[in-house]
Design a protein around this ligand. Sequence first.
Ligand SMILES: [Cu+2]
Length: 181
Amino acid sequence: MLRRKLVILTILVLATAYFFVSTTLAHTPSPPICNDSICNIDIHDNFFEPNNVTIRPPHPDTGESVTIIWVNHGSLTHTVTIGARGSANPVFDSGNLAPGATFELTVNQTIYSQLIQKYSSSVPYHCKIHSGMDATLNITGEPIPEYSLPASLLTLALASVALWTMLVRHRKPTKDALQSN
Ligand SMILES: [Cu+2]
């Protein structure tokens, strides 16, 4: 009887902990292929896939930001050049990316400010080598929310302490328990 109560209590505590952890970790993902930490873009001959992505601005205080990762899956050399095609001063340029090569850009507060100032929320980029290899990076919406993991861990710790306190109290041998042994 007591054991059953403890099992039910344990399940309740774990379910509560799971609820808190999952709700605090569940961010609304940025559509379509990016989330609030990573954005994967494939480079092919001769296009970007997807060629239009949306990420959220970095969190202004914690600095949590999205890292965009371009991987060249093509058989030709390409570039990721951020800025309008033909612009004398692109904001970022990966240089030549051989087949298999990767280019990463973390859109932190500094880079975000730089891009927004020049292009507002819709940032063009392209491959310098192939005309028509044009794509768009949208940085818009609410900033990335702060992960509140410490709060949920605290809840979990408090719940565990409560559970163990009850367990220890119930473990003291009672008259009945002594008799049944
Ligand atoms: Cu190219």
